[in-house]
Design a protein around this ligand. Sequence first.
Ligand code: DAH
Length: 344
Amino acid sequence: MDDLKSLEADLMGRIDAAADERALEDIRVAALGKKGTISERMKTLGKMTPDERKEAGPILNSLRDRVATAISAQKAILEHAAMEARLAAEAVDVTLPVASLPRGRIHPVSQVFAEVEAIFAEMGFSTREGPDIEDDFHNFTALNFPVGHPAREMHDTFFFDEKDDGSRMVLRTHTSPVQIRTMMNEKPPIRIIAPGRTFRCDSDQTHTPMFHQVEGLVIDRDTHMGHLKGTLEAFVKAFFEIDELTTRFRPHFFPFTEPSAEMDVGYERDGGTIKIGTGEKWMEILGCGMVHPNVIRNCGLDPDEYQGFAFGMGIDRLAMLKYGIPDLRDFFAADSRWLQHYGF
Ligand code: DAH
């Protein structure tokens, strides 16, 4: 019995000390393998008298089990350690030191898009997008521009070559076609904004052939002009981070809204900078109105059941006003010094 005790103590000590899986496997073979020390002892059971075997059998069996358990426990520990070591050895540092690299900046237009989206999201608006290349139906006809109507010419449209059927695709002249796409594909209540690129053949200090707009559209059963006014005033206050705001809604004409208005906000000059909010002067910042019944009908909705408002504004100009950027053309000149100065 004593020699079994010392055999066990010796094996347990060596199992504990095994430094890797190979060493552990050697110990297993030496103890539990065909010719192992414990296996050899198990073989002696056959030569014992039944009484001797009854006593020695359970002792040897449980010794074998304890040793086997200790070996698997140690194996699990060693496997885990080996995996940790491999992970540490194979780790790749994917970071780069940034101090020595030129830092990227967020363009003011991207910044303002993000700000506008966040403000409207809080008011329950979600964002929709439409294609830059539109057909005549979505850009004009469905928006109640009659064929041959001079309003079409007002847009200085970029047309593509005529197709075989005589139709011409256009670079969208405004984000309003997204109103059509949304009303044709979704059921009211609708509450969306549609930011994006727009194109007109025009270029001077305040116009570039490509520019940016955000469209807004709300369609429900009882939406009225009070909602339009409240929404836009809340937006302007949040965007310019002001508490006091005077506004003026001037009657205007857009084919797709009736009545239509332009929204002016009060402002004053403070030295060289423009302060939006209150003041003697008025600045026009967006177009808006109640969606024309024809437009609602063109989208397959019943204008006796649904009504709502829409608005559209130039994002580039909002960025110029908020961040004091004097010339629109610089927005698209890709001058890294400009971006370094005005970027975020
Ligand atoms: N689409 C107009 C433009 O580009 C802007 C506009 C005015 C959009 C009134 C609207 C609106 O949705 O209701 O000049």
